[in-house]
Design a protein around this ligand. Structure first.
Ligand SMILES: CC(C)(C)OC(=O)NCc1c[nH]c2nc(N)[nH]c(=O)c12
Length: 375
């Protein structure tokens, strides 16, 4: 019986070492490298499933922590699972809640068993552990589940990071042992280890010895410089098996997506495109454009002349600026649609460049146009 989630290598870019691949899941095949729109509370904010399909979103991310707190994973299970609940029939990846507990909730206590914390919504005393995180993700019925981990703060002392990654490894084993549906849900382990090379190697070695269907790199994009993040990737990605998907968590600026792909990463997620859209900041082929700025009041051209998305084909910068200034929901929808389309289209160009063995050339062209000369 083949595993529910497996990686198919298509080719390696002769110029950059990046790879073209497919991740097979129970709800469909994902062409990689790919960017995953974030739908934390069972919706990619302001987007309908039809719009996400129109822009060719292949897979979306949702969060165990948030759905555990609200509406409760039992309701989602009774609805027939997350795909049915949110009317999305393509792949879903759920994050495990570990990271969100540490970044969202107060009054938390970490023990070997798990984490006691208070809901950031109503202060209720709650508990998450590897076993509970697996039970929740089983109820959600996501195609790819993440192991329950601790993402240490940055910066963090060597000893703290070492103890934390060793517990994260023990938690990963408990997730593997309590996985009820390994044949229809793929469980990815999460490599931690902060910015310490020997700890990243220890985490990768211990987790890859347990043979998970896929591996994520956590604990990056936590405030470190991009150069330091790329350095950590340079020595961490090669430690991961080349026949399994590699997922860099929380990373999504255009340059980081290209640099991560060059280093062999297959999957990315980030709230950036949806979050900045809601305050009128957009990603265009000429770089970031804050469409709410006064200079666009009488600019009747498209947001991005080089873009063929619904927003750029039908509306002007002046109209978008007006909607955002007037706090009109439609404005948020239009900027969100464009930003997601921009990143999804960027990854399509990355895959095309890998196919043509010219990803480094593409990076230089993109950086030049996008105004990223300093990288
Ligand atoms: C600050 C942002 C969110 C941009 O990045 C990170 O924190 N990056 C790390 C990260 C994101 N999501 C995760 N999920 C889990 N289970 N573990 C993690 O380490 C992470």
């Amino acid at each position: 019986m083949t595993a529910a989630v497996y990686y198919e290598h298509i080719k390696t870019c002769k110029q950059s070492g990046a790879r073209l691949g497919r991740v097979h899941t129970p709800h469909g095949v994902i062409e990689t490298p790919t960017f995953m729109p974030v739908g934390t509370q069972a919706t990619v904010k302001t987007m309908s499933p039809e719009e996400l399909k129109a822009m060719n979103a292949q897979i979306i991310l949702s969060n165990t922590y948030h759905l555990f707190l609200r509406p409760g994973h039992d309701i989602v299970r009774e609805a027939g699972g997350l795909h049915k609940f949110m009317n999305w029939d393509r792949p879903i990846l759920t994050d495990s809640g570990g990271f969100q507990v540490f970044s969202l909730s107060e009054m938390r206590k970490i023990t070997e068993e798990g984490v006691h914390f208070r809901s950031h919504l109503n202060g209720d005393k709650l508990y998450l552990s590897p076993e509970v995180a697996m039970e929740i993700q089983n109820s959600l019925g996501s195609d790819i589940m993440m192991a329950f981990d601790e993402c240490p703060p940055y910066p963090a002392e060597y000893d703290y990071v070492k103890k934390s990654l060793e517990r994260t490894t023990r938690w990963a084993e408990r997730c593997l042992n309590s996985h009820a549906r390994p044949h229809d849900q793929g469980l990815f382990a999460i490599v931690q280890g902060g910015m310490y090379e020997d700890l990243r190697k220890q985490s990768a070695r211990d987790l890859t010895s347990m043979d998970f269907p896929g591996y994520a790199i956590g604990g990056l994009s936590v405030g470190e410089s991009k150069q330091l993040m790329y350095e950590v990737l340079d020595y961490t990605v090669p430690l991961l098996p080349d026949n399994k998907p590699r997922y860099l968590m929380g990373v999504g600026s255009p340059d980081a997506l290209i640099e991560g792909s060059i280093r062999g990463v297959d999957m990315f997620d980030c709230v950036l495109p949806t979050r900045i859209a809601r305050n009128g900041t957009t990603m265009t082929s000429q770089g970031r454009l804050v469409v709410r700025n006064a200079q666009y009041a009488r600019d009747f051209g498209p947001l991005d002349p080089a873009c063929d998305c619904y927003t750029c084909r039908n509306y002007s910068r002046a109209y978008l600026r007006h909607l955002i200034k007037a706090d009109e929901t439609f404005g948020l929808r239009l900027t969100t649609y464009h930003n997601l389309h921009f990143l999804i289209n960027l990854m399509k160009q990355v895959r095309q460049s890998i196919m043509e063995d010219r990803l480094l050339d593409f990076r230089d062209e993109f950086f030049e146009q996008y105004g990223l000369h300093d990288n």
